[in-house]
Design a protein around this ligand. Structure first.
Ligand code: TMP
Ligand code: ASP
Length: 236
């Protein structure tokens, strides 16, 4: 049974359950960009992102990455383990794009021979500023051991996801992860992995199949999300 609303973010709501160790996450169709400045609805997005995450997280678990995911409950809801979210957005980049390209003057699409991991402070009010692991340590957001674990898990996620998408005709350009801690401090992958949180480019045409279609007013947003769901559901 769904209990009280514990947290409402831009794209999801988190509810308590009768078990203090479990939460229900409800995925919304609401889309925002530029830290909430641009807002709209993307029809079907909540169900698509819920389904994509529900498909990927058990596979990540099988690849040795602990996650908060328990099971799908309904088209827009999934049951997860209750975690405290570490307020650090972890970005992994295979190819230059977005804020990396802008900040460093590197053309979008330039391959990065070594994976780049970036950390941002999860704060809309401050515009998710770039930080480093010393900042997170000093401000008490995570311990040294937890930060090492986060880096190790982020690289493991990349190691699984990059070929997974390649086999489905998609170049995984970059993605954003969030981690949480269980009682006792163990780090697990939380949040979602979806076209909201990744850049996906069609391997053949270079067409964008992610939230950049919304951010950059490219049109065809719903079609791109639906296409990504189809590809993720494709069998190996
Ligand atoms: P960026 O190039 O804008 O920093 O984005 C890097 C990746 O992180 C991209 O796949 C989109 C994702 N992302 C989020 O999931 N949430 C955010 O708030 C931002 C800024 C980016
Ligand atoms: N998720 C962020 C926002 O709402 C930024 C983004 O995805 O571009 O505004």
């Amino acid at each position: 049974m769904r209990g009280e609303l514990r947290y409402e973010g831009k794209a999801k709501r988190v509810y308590a359950t009768s078990d203090p160790g479990q939460y229900i996450v409800e995925y919304k169709d609401d889309a925002t960009a530029f830290n909430g400045v641009k807002r709209a609805q993307i029809a079907g997005k909540g169900a698509i992102n819920n389904a994509i995450t529900a498909r990927l997280y058990p596979r990540l678990e099988a690849a040795g990455i602990p996650t908060h995911f328990i099971r799908l409950l309904s088209p827009n809801q999934q049951l997860v383990r209750a975690v405290s979210i570490i307020p650090v957005e972890v970005i992994v980049r295979n190819v230059a794009a977005g804020s990396f390209s802008k900040r460093l003057g590197i053309a979008e699409g330039t391959p990065l021979p070594h994976p780049v991991i970036e950390y941002c402070y999860k704060s809309d009010a401050l515009g998710d500023p770039l930080i480093n692991t010393d900042t997170a340590l000093s401000l008490g957001w995570a311990s040294e051991g937890q930060l090492l674990k986060i880096r190790e898990l982020a690289l493991k996620v990349r190691h699984f996801l990059t070929p997974f998408f390649e086999q489905r005709g998609v170049r995984l350009i970059d993605f954003k992860l969030e981690f949480g801690t269980l009682e006792g401090g163990a780090v697990v992958l939380a949040d979602e992995i979806s076209p909201d949180t990744c850049r996906f480019w069609d391997a053949g045409t270079g067409e964008k199949l992610d939230k950049d279609r919304f951010r950059r007013d490219l049109g065809g947003v719903e079609d791109a999300y639906a296409e990504m769901l189809r590809r993720v559901l494709r069998e190996d």
